[in-house]
Design a protein around this ligand. Structure first.
Ligand SMILES: Nc1ncnc2c1ncn2[C@@H]1O[C@H](COP(=O)(O)OP(=O)(O)OP(=O)(O)O)[C@@H](O)[C@H]1O
Ligand SMILES: [Mg+2]
Length: 258
């Protein structure tokens, strides 16, 4: 359970990012407490994926700060100045923040087991035998105990996405970010992925989920937030967000996705 007196596990302050002359994030402030689930909604192109990529340290912001457990990440302090981290240090910090992508992003030449193991053996330097054991356990956890030796091309989209979730989980992330994890799936495969995500939420995983699955957001999210034009324009508990949205833009958006 989260406690409002606690420090947020992840906090973002005044995050800004442009691509060329296109300002995408114009000053995003965001925080999440341990064990919370935040659902992120918003129109295409509003900057949702960009925010997740920056929080996952897959890209660098033009301005703003990211804190994980109150420690600033993505930069190192040197003589009072913040400088970019070395790639090695960055990889270590990145490992604390899991990311699950719309298109799974599995390695096609590795089977499910090796896809799940690879982060442990390369970044965490876990011994191969131990990594293998953990990977088997995590595949069982997402309902794929009997598919460990299948290659991505031999798995359904829903199975591939569950492998991707297992791959993120074995790194023991402090926060798990999901970017439209079910949008690339056939409708009949959406449920199996949402089920895994819901059980993670119940077990206390801290999650930020960009999604169009309104029912999932209603049932699972602690808070829902609306992204528009490079800002978070509204944020509230699901009952309030869906039942009585304050912002005209949110109302209009919800009338399209409902
Ligand atoms: N690597 C990039 N280079 C140039 N422009 C980019 C890049 N990534 C994103 N953009 C632009 O930034 C804006 C926001 O993109 P982003 O992917 O964050 O939106 P989104 O809210 O996730 O949209 P969607 O719902 O379609 O996934 C868009 O205008 C997009 O074209
Ligand atoms: Mg996106």
């Amino acid at each position: 359970m989260s406690d409002s007196t606690e420090q947020p596990i992840l906090r973002v302050k005044n995050l800004q990012k442009s691509y060329g002359h296109n300002p995408v994030l114009k000053g995003v402030d965001f925080e999440i407490q341990r064990g919370q689930v935040k659902a992120v909604l918003g129109p295409s192109g509003s900057g949702k994926s960009t925010m997740l990529r920056l929080m996952a340290l897959l890209e660098t912001a033009d301005d703003g700060e990211i804190y994980l457990e109150s420690k600033r990440i993505g930069v190192a302090e040197r003589k009072g100045h913040f400088v970019p981290l070395s790639e090695r240090a960055m990889a270590h910090q990145r490992a604390d923040i899991g990311m699950v992508f719309q298109k799974f992003n599995l390695f096609p030449h590795l089977n499910a087991l090796h896809n799940v193991m690879v982060g442990m053996t390369t970044v965490r330097k876990t011994h191969k035998k131990e990594a293998e054991k953990t990977a088997h356990e995590m595949l069982a956890r997402v309902g794929l105990a009997n598919r460990a030796h299948a290659f991505p091309s031999e798995l359904s989209g829903g199975q591939q996405q569950r492998v991707a979730i297992a791959r993120a989980l074995v790194m023991n992330p402090k926060v798990l970010l999901f970017d439209e994890p079910t949008s690339a799936l056939d409708p009949e495969l959406v449920g199996e992925v949402l089920e895994v995500m819901e059980s993670l939420a119940r077990e206390g995983m801290t999650m930020v989920v960009v999604t169009h699955e309104v029912k999932f957001a209603q049932r699972v999210a602690s808070e829902v937030l609306m992204f528009d034009g490079g800002y978070i324009i509204e944020q509230s508990a699901p009952e309030q967000f869906f039942g009585n949205p304050q912002h005209e833009r949110t109302r209009k958006f919800l009338s399209h996705v409902h």
